[in-house]
Design a binder for this molecule. Sequence first.
Ligand SMILES: *Cc1c(COP(=O)(O)O)cnc(C)c1O
Length: 420
Amino acid sequence: MKDIKQDTRLVHADRILNKPEDGAVHQSTNNSVLFAFDDVADLESVFQGKSAGHVYSRSSSSSAVALQNMLASLDGGIAATCFATGMSAISAAMFSLLKAGDHLIVSNFLFGNTRSFFDNLQNFGLQVDYVDTTDAKNIAEKVRNNTKIVFCETIANPGTQIADLRGIGTICSDNNILFIVDNTMTPSVMFDAKSVGVNLLTTSLTKYVAGHGNVLGGAVIDLGNFDWSTYANIDEFYKSAPVALWGTTQIRKKGLRDIGATLAPQSAHLASIGLETLSMRMQKTCENALILAKYLESHDAINKVNYPGLSSHPQHKKVSELFNIEANNGQQVLFGGILSIELAINYDVRRVLNALNLVLSATHLGDTRTLALPVATTIFYENGLEKRHQMGISENLIRLSVGLEHPQDLINDFKQALSQ
Ligand SMILES: *Cc1c(COP(=O)(O)O)cnc(C)c1O
């Protein structure tokens, strides 16, 4: 697997890594909840983690393990753990790795439900500082003796702010802090997280990885570059595993097994099918988004376009070293598939969205179809007017998740909707 290019790895990973029976190209989907053993000594051995196998499908199944193998390999990590959703991947990682009294530094620019989760963590005796992660200096200022984790996203939604990933990685490694990044917006085919010092990835498989709006899933991936022997919160019991796997072992026990947000076998299969075409979909999505962003930026009805591919974007210059993909002729820089637009004052958000024919008014992102969402009245509704103002979310902001349509059809749809 090592010597072949990413596109090739994606389509052959299941066959090569998981070696399904009968020459099948997919790992079979086995729905058994329980696993019986001829010799009870073997049951005990699997239970105690001394030999490989499954005992109960809340903890592991061959379908979920097959997807874990593929994700770990494709992301350049040592182990992946799958969950029922992206939110359960994040929450299981935090609940299994943190203790009351620990301090976290978390991005100000977060997926709304993730922000709500971190707000709630403060009710359990954890200290959370929210900072502007576009400049690593802001993280350095907040580091304390009890800081355990720094958490941010790569490209934030809906504002498209880009975290100072390399700078934060350096601060974390200098201070021996675990650096966890949600890379949902920039899957590993376009972002080498290890190269900037990320230790753990959390990802929503629901979005680009599965890609077709038909399955929920999440994962935590250990990139193998954190020294778990220095992490205070590992239970003595899990230290029988090799040191590199202490974190994953604890996440699988206290996170997956005890919380129980397990990825169903059929869901693991569906996500793995999406994975096969991830690279080409990411490239097309990002190309379409750039074309649409440029068109909308030139339109009189639009006051502002937030998109990292535009030279007007504050972190535009950072993108080329962070997000790129193996293309036909070397590397191609990608700017992500999400953009947001502010309509001019005399345009009404509802009227514009209702006038679109192809573009769907829907929540969700990373779909094959282009989706549009009014931000203030939906995903940031709970925050209220004042907090939205502080977070730079204007009342007439629309978020777009760009799909795989022909870009001219998308332009035509916006052209007619904005002329009504
Ligand atoms: C959607 C999303 C999540 C949550 O994923 P689910 O699979 O919907 O639970 C987390 N982070 C980001 C950045 C997301 O876009």
